[in-house]
Design a protein around this ligand. Structure first.
Ligand code: MN
Length: 326
């Protein structure tokens, strides 16, 4: 039994390679033989892990009874990728469980995301090779020393093609939309990325209608210090039309998502809420993008929020009122 425990430890934490003797009992192939695994040798580690599992089922390791594994059958033939959504319930928030899940997922090579839900559960989307996803689910069931997992509800879902394992539902920084009367009237959407405000000039402004695609021309980064600026500039002026925090979403990590020309994010503003996408349509000197509201509970089909709510979220004045005031 102790040898198996060591096997588990080595299999789980060692990237240095080594040797391990498989248990002589059980029904697995190669039982009793010596495995040599090279540094980072994934195949061998996988075999060792599954051997430990088999032993567990034979009762060799005393553990709490585990619910039967969901049949993690690949939905599409693509490199036997599979995907699950797991709702983890129990004492799993505020105990480092989410961070531990991210570390484990990244070490296993699982892709997807984890998010703390308002009801106290932790929601995980995991995809990758079947064995990888199974290993992550096993980790979720075991929990961490500080976490008490009472239930893991699994649902098989579509593989989404994630390229990272991300923490969702956490702020990535500030966002602001400034309405700007200049030579041409426009709205500047700015998202905090790596210490600067990445900026797009949106002539017609943002929309909460998912059917509306608004042109957004990428413009120079602004400083975070400019976010709260309101007042006259030259012949025109600026009001802070909306502001708040935002989350980075999508399948690709930022800022790479922006470099590739497709960035998904969630706004928590006073007027703009929910998921949005920026899709680059024309690269070049002045890259052109489309700003699109994603379909979610914050979408308002048929609405025109820049017309309905023209006031500054700081002063309550409209841009016209600000310009008339002098
Ligand atoms: Mn501007």
């Amino acid at each position: 039994m102790i040898a198996i425990g060591v096997l588990w430890w080595r299999a789980d934490s060692s990237d240095t390679g080594g040797q391990a003797r498989l248990p002589t009992h059980g029904d697995g192939p190669g039982r009793g033989s010596v495995l040599t695994y090279a540094p980072g040798a994934w195949v061998f580690r996988r075999r060792v892990i599954s051997t430990v599992r088999r032993c567990r089922r034979h009762g060799s390791i005393r553990r709490q009874p585990q619910p039967p594994s969901v049949a993690l059958v690949a939905k599409r033939g693509n490199a036997n990728a599979t995907a699950v959504r797991a709702v983890v319930r129990g004492g799993v928030q505020g105990v480092g469980f989410r961070e531990a899940a991210v570390r484990r997922a990244r070490r296993l090579g699982a892709l997807g995301w984890v998010r703390n839900e308002e009801d106290g559960s932790v929601l995980v989307h995991a995809e990758g090779p079947e064995g990888t996803v199974e290993d992550l689910v096993a980790f979720l069931r075991e929990g961490t020393p500080g976490a008490r997992v009472t239930e893991v509800a699994l649902e098989r879902v579509k593989v989404e093609g994630h390229e990272q394992f991300a923490i969702r539902g956490v702020s990535a920084g500030a966002f602001v939309v400034q309405e700007h009367a200049a030579t041409a009237h426009h709205f500047d959407l700015r998202l905090e990325v790596e210490g600067v405000m990445r900026s797009w000039a949106v002539p017609k402004g943002p929309s909460l209608d998912p059917a509306v695609k608004r042109l957004a021309v990428e413009v120079a980064d602004h400083s975070i210090a400019h976010n709260a600026f309101e007042g006259e500039i030259g012949d025109g002026g600026v009001i802070v039309w909306d502001r708040g925090r935002y989350e980075q979403g999508g399948r690709v990590a930022w800022p790479q998502a922006l470099e590739r020309g497709h960035a998904v994010f969630v706004l928590h503003g006073e007027k703009l809420r929910g998921g949005f996408a920026l899709q680059r349509t024309r690269p070049g000197e002045k890259p052109q993008w489309l700003l699109i509201k994603r379909r979610d509970e914050h979408a308002r089909p048929g609405s025109d929020v820049v017309v309905e709510r023209p006031q500054s979220v700081i002063s309550g004045e409209t841009l016209d009122e600000l310009l008339r005031d002098d």
